[in-house]
Ligand binder design. Structure first.
Ligand SMILES: NC(=O)c1ccc[n+]([C@@H]2O[C@H](COP(=O)([O-])OP(=O)(O)OC[C@H]3O[C@@H](n4cnc5c(N)ncnc54)[C@H](O)[C@@H]3O)[C@@H](O)[C@H]2O)c1
Length: 349
């Protein structure tokens, strides 16, 4: 067994070696962390990555949690398994950062949040798009009131995924039990999170969902109308059936102007004032598709923040509690689609 070399470092482990590979790469680069172990129920996968990164391989979370040099566990397994693993991790007295969505029901999410809070352990939820430079700039302008009174937003995720994408890895994607939904819960959840982060709490939703182009249980197309508590309205489109894929977009309009992003880069920035055109040109140069800099690796940024949070005994930038809101909106859309009526939030957990 490879023991931690420097006691002041955060000993880290990753479970689930699909998306978990991005967590491994981030941990290798991060300061103040040592990757000690990886875990996957597929023994060959666990051993392959353990050999590659010279760490220990596990196929069982419980075994890995017996180690006293592991301080932080990254949960990157299918979404419907997150809470069951998070509860074991909290019980073992370790911090955790979990992939989005935190889990697929509010009842489980609340149990996970509570388990870490009562033990004074940190729980982070990956929503790396929040940390994109253009997204942060847009959020700051909205919070500063530069768009005036919030009025309208459009959040669109128009992606394409093949049938093979749904069938591979045991076929967990597009199932109610493990994915908790389809294109809204798995893919559009990032943009729905940005929508509510920028526009504020949701009052009600009306939604329609359908399966258009795949053999799956859950939706590959969801459309919703959203009313916010501040009176603003929004539309949501989330699909994995838009062949060959059209990217994501988020537009937000207030009484003093609007900002639009395509694939998390600024395409329009029009705010009332004498310098409107000059400001837009500046924003597009810094945060738009004409900027020269490569896209930021915001998964790394979020994971470095989580390590710093554990070392300094503070909450991470995006906590487990922050991971709850987008899931609640998606669940409300599903309830509306099933019941054929408008659904008010908050939902009963
Ligand atoms: N933040 C993002 O942009 C992003 C991107 C992709 C996936 N994700 C999230 O990451 C999670 C995993 O998705 P994925 O695409 O990597 O799936 P995947 O199927 O590619 O990988 C999941 C891995 O978990 C392993 N696994 C399953 N059950 C296990 C268990 N009980 N114990 C140990 N290992 C187990 C599987 O063997 C597999 O290697 C999901 O919650 C998904 O929503 C997030």
């Amino acid at each position: 067994m490879n023991k931690k070399r420097d006691k002041s470092n955060v000993g880290a482990a990753v479970i689930g070696l699909g998306r978990g590979r991005a967590h491994i790469e981030a941990l290798i680069r991060a300061e103040g962390a040592e990757l000690l172990a990886v875990c996957d129920k597929n023994k060959e996968t666990a051993e392959r990555f353990a050999a590659k990164y010279e760490v220990d391989a596990y196929t069982d979370l419980g075994e890995m949690l017996k180690r006293d040099d592991i301080d932080l566990v990254h949960v990157c397994t299918p979404s419907g398994l997150h809470t069951e693993m998070l509860l074991q991790i909290a019980e073992a007295g370790k911090h955790a950062i979990t992939e989005k969505p935190l889990d697929i029901t509010l009842e489980r999410i609340d149990r996970a949040i509570e388990a870490f809070a009562t033990r004074q352990l940190q729980l982070g939820c990956i929503f790396q798009i929040r940390l994109m430079p253009a997204v942060l700039e847009m959020k700051q302008a909205i919070d500063a009131g530069r768009l005036g009174k919030p009025m309208l937003a459009n959040a669109q995720v128009k992606w394409f995924r093949t049938q093979e994408y749904y069938d591979q890895n045991g076929g967990w994607r597009g199932t109610w039990a493990w994915d908790g939904g389809g294109s809204l819960m798995n893919q559009a959840v990032h943009t729905i999170d940005l929508l509510q982060w920028m526009m504020g709490p949701v009052q009600s939703v009306v939604g329609h969902t359908q399966v258009s182009a795949h053999r799956i249980e859950t939706e590959d197309l969801g459309v919703a109308l959203v009313k916010f508590r501040n009176g603003a309205l929004a539309t949501i489109v989330g699909t994995t059936a838009a062949y060959p894929g059209f990217g994501t977009s988020l537009e937000i309009f207030g009484t003093d102007g609007g900002i639009a992003m395509k694939d998390n880069l600024i395409t329009e920035w029009k705010i009332r004032g004498d310098d409107m055109a000059a400001e837009e040109a500046d924003m597009r140069r810094k945060f738009g598709d004409d900027k020269a800099a490569p896209p930021a690796d915001t998964t790394y940024v979020q994971i470095q923040d989580m390590i710093d949070a554990v070392r300094n005994n503070r909450a991470p930038l995006i906590t487990g509690r922050e991971g709850r809101d987008a899931v609640e909106i998606v669940l409300a859309i599903y309830e509306s689609a099933r019941a054929g009526k408008e659904i008010e939030l908050p939902l009963k957990s």
